[in-house]
Design a protein around this ligand. Sequence first.
Ligand code: CS2
Ligand code: MN
Length: 396
Amino acid sequence: MTGATTNMLMTQTMRWFGPNDPVSLQGIRQAGASEVVTALHEVPNGEVWTLDAIRARRAVIETAGLGWTVVESLPVHEDIKRRGPDWDRLIDHYRTSLRNLAAGGVTTVTYNFMPLLDWTRTDLAWAMPDGALALRFELEMVAAYDVHILGRPGAEADYSAATLEAAARRFHAMDEDARRLLSRTIIAGLPGSEESFTDANFLSAIGTYDEIDAAQLRANHIAFLEAVCPVAEEAGVQLVVHPDDPPFAIFGLPRVVSTEADVADLFAKVPSAANGLCFCTGSFGVRADNDLPGMVERLADRIGFLHLRSVQRETNGAFHEAPHLEGDANMTAVVAQVVQLQQRLGRSLPMRPDHGHQMLDDLGRRNNPGYSLLGRMRGLAELRGLERGIAATLNG
Ligand code: CS2
Ligand code: MN
């Protein structure tokens, strides 16, 4: 191997939620990242991101000594996911935003295609044995909310008898405050989410997907990609889809970007090089049938962005976010595949440590759940060391 390939390491980034983020750009720089991943969170979903606004945000970032090449996310409006009446106008806006982003120096644009909810958890402050707080998901708590609080018609059919029984028990053990907190945790929208619901309007929003099953959602996803990929290709940006989190249907809403077969099918149907993947080990890794290192090897040049974190699967459909190098993701094997992929491609891939625990001086401080600084700094430091060690060993 030549010296040039030896030095081809991942581009280290951290997500920054813009000027209102309690985490500063300086903090991100001190954590060792060279770039931020961000979005114009203040622009309403479906409106155009103007070149002026993009340039203004870039100036703020660059003044702090950081770069910006990856957007997360340019959100896809529900009317695009549903193929609603406003589809043409919204697609037109999406194309214009992509052109403006390319002109403004962005090369990679993350999005997801999950109906209504983005990532979903049932506990935002689950204490790890060391006192750090993790995000956790329990299917029983989703069922408790769905059946007993939301009262979605037909919800029982989506759960096993054992889950329903546990859900009833969990529901009756909660007081009013605990029930309200559970509702808020599930539907108020986690950082980066576009939608935020109350119980009443969530139920009616679910109704807008009554006619849309998994096959229809896949068709709508393909129609979206066919409409925007030619523009992305021409402008020189790659779209990267973030997988479903968790990677299965919830609340009767289909989810269609959950497995290797799902994404392989998307790439087969829309071969454009602009149709790429944000490889999120935490999202795919909830399913034991997703072979993470194998997916990096096989999906290869489709991967334009990496989210590296690990989940620990528990019993009864529960999981929590583990330290980055622990839990069920074999992070050493994943990063070894990424090191080899970068050498094959001859370029480095942007990564971020995705979420992290709330720990140390971040405990008790205002934070975006999953996005406090110190836990992500720990994750980034571990991942950086892991990659350097592997690259040095492979390159002799
Ligand atoms: C989340 C998502 O799991 C995650 O990475 O932070 O909000 C993610 O950014 C979106 O689903 C991407 O569109
Ligand atoms: Mn992710």
